[in-house]
Design a protein around this ligand. Structure first.
Ligand code: HEM
Length: 458
């Protein structure tokens, strides 16, 4: 047993940081090939990456004893200091307890209708034979869905303005690498006027902040007990000392949910549509399964479809939207994969590498939903939503949303990719997404009995 940090590349920290920003997947794959289940990268500080299920279990089950989950300062400019993502310790735990009830599995029924309605609103704008960018369409759906889940049914100009500015902040077509550079190198966070990248960001951020505070204040005054949206639930939530959230806490959590809750799911949906239309056998099987529901696309039945579930799981396995978990810090020395990690070591669970282990997922580069029908994976073998004290709060919501959106799209339109070129994953800000725009066209609108088995094309 050695007390040195696990091996890793000998190149200077700045080189590794640049590689981590520009091509994280090839860097991780090269390291896994050379060093195995555990290695150290020199980023801002040395970070230990692990992809062995046993080590992941240690990180994710002992993250309140031997390890702790620090707040993530990278996100402070975007989310504020009181966000569940930027907080640590007891304040983090308290905010999580207050935030989780609106995202509990049982509440999904409430959101099903909103998701189906928004999907129909957006996809009804598609025109036969006119190509559209899948990511832009999915982002439009998920942003509107999360806006409605958070603020409730709205027709207010304020909510529309928030939606508009948020999509500019997370501009789907903006330079994702530039975004990552600005987050990783605080030195680039300079306000050089309204036209500079950071200056533009700050001004938009201030606009959204003002609008969200106005909404909170108005809701506090109105106090309508019949509302069931997330903001209304958070306004009435109380901690164990019977204390409500402050306005700043409310604001920081709302913006966190709006941001964490739409770009991630939009990316996952984009990949899912790509795979479904790239692989005719997958599409055929899925259409047959959805067809069995007939014309009644009930959300609860959609959520239980086994093959649709397997397609969503495989989508998040092969290119997980979050490549790594948030970091954990060793509090008391811990042995992991043959190393004794000293106090203070930063460790991250490597979701991407775990999902690409040959021993768990034979031929890992192949998209094969059947894996999830043949075998049940443990939460340390399959973890697209992380785990432990930082496990994704929107997990049930995102899984449900993916299924309802896909079933609604596939049952209404027959779509095709505009070309059959392969798409690879690449960094987009802090998440991974497609390396180029995926374009699709509508071939035809499905007829009422569109999904009867004999009419399903290959
Ligand atoms: C496919 C969609 C999504 C994926 C792949 C995803 C993935 C993740 C991952 C990997 C983490 C880090 C977990 C860890 O470090 O252990 C996380 C955290 C989080 N996610 Fe998601 N997420 C998705 C959708 C959502 C949605 C829809 C919401 C909100 C409605 C959301 C809210 C959050 C929040 C608030 C956290 C931080 C939790 C904490 O710090 O305690 N996510 N997510």
């Amino acid at each position: 047993m050695t007390t040195l940090l696990p091996n890793g590349p000998a190149t200077p920290a700045i080189v590794q940081t640049l590689q981590w920003i520009i091509s994280p997947i090839s860097l991780m794959e090269a390291c896994a090939k050379q060093y195995g289940d555990i290695f150290t990268l020199k980023l801002d500080e040395p970070i230990v990456f692990v992809s062995h299920p046993q080590a992941l279990q240690q990180i994710l089950t002992r993250d309140t004893q031997d390890l702790e989950a620090p707040g993530e300062p990278l996100f402070e400019p975007l989310l504020g200091t009181q966000s569940v993502i930027t907080l640590s310790g007891q304040p983090h735990w308290r905010q999580r307890q207050l935030l989780m009830p609106p995202f509990h599995g049982e509440r999904m029924r409430t959101y099903g209708e909103v998701i189906a309605k928004v999907t129909q609103e957006i996809i009804s704008q598609w025109q036969p034979n006119i190509p559209f960018c899948v990511r832009t369409a999915m982002q439009a759906i998920t942003l509107r869905v999360i806006m409605q889940a958070v603020f409730g049914l709205y027709d207010s100009p304020r909510a529309q303005k928030i939606e508009e500015i948020l999509s500019l902040i997370l501009d789907a077509n903006g330079s994702s690498v530039l975004r990552a550079f600005m987050l990783y190198f605080p030195i680039l966070q300079k306000d050089l006027g309204p036209l500079s990248p950071w200056g533009t960001f700050l001004r938009r951020r201030e606009q959204v902040k003002k609008l969200i505070y106005e909404e909170i204040q108005q809701r506090q005054k109105q106090n309508d007990p019949s509302r069931t949206d997330v903001l209304s639930l958070l306004l009435t939530a109380r901690d164990e000392n019977d204390q409500p959230m402050t306005q700043q806490q409310l604001h920081d959590e709302l913006i966190t949910l709006l941001i964490a809750g739409h770009e991630t799911t939009a990316t996952a949906l984009t990949w899912a549509l790509y795979w479904i239309h790239k692989l005719p056998a997958v599409r055929k099987k899925l259409l047959q399964e959805i067809g069995q529901l007939g014309n009644n696309l009930d959300h609860n039945s959609i959520a239980k479809l086994p093959y649709l579930n397997a397609v969503c799981c495989e989508t998040l396995r092969i290119y997980p939207v979050g490549m790594v978990t948030f970091p954990r810090i060793v509090k008391t020395p811990i042995s992991m994969c043959g190393y004794q990690l000293p106090t203070g070591t930063t460790v991250m669970g490597c979701i991407y590498l775990t999902h690409h282990r040959e021993d768990l997922y034979p031929q890992p580069k192949q998209f094969r939903p059947e894996r999830f029908l043949e075998k049940q994976f443990s939460p340390y073998e399959y973890l697209p939503f992380g785990g432990g004290v930082k496990r994704c709060i929107g997990m049930a919501f995102a899984q449900f949303e993916m299924k309802v959106v896909l079933a609604n799209i596939l049952s209404r339109w027959e779509l095709a990719l505009t070309d059959n070129r392969d798409v690879q994953p690449k960094r987009r800000g802090l998440v991974t997404g497609p390396n180029r725009s995926i374009q699709m066209v509508v071939k035809s609108q499905r007829q009422v009995d569109f999904l009867s088995l004999h009419s399903v094309g290959g």
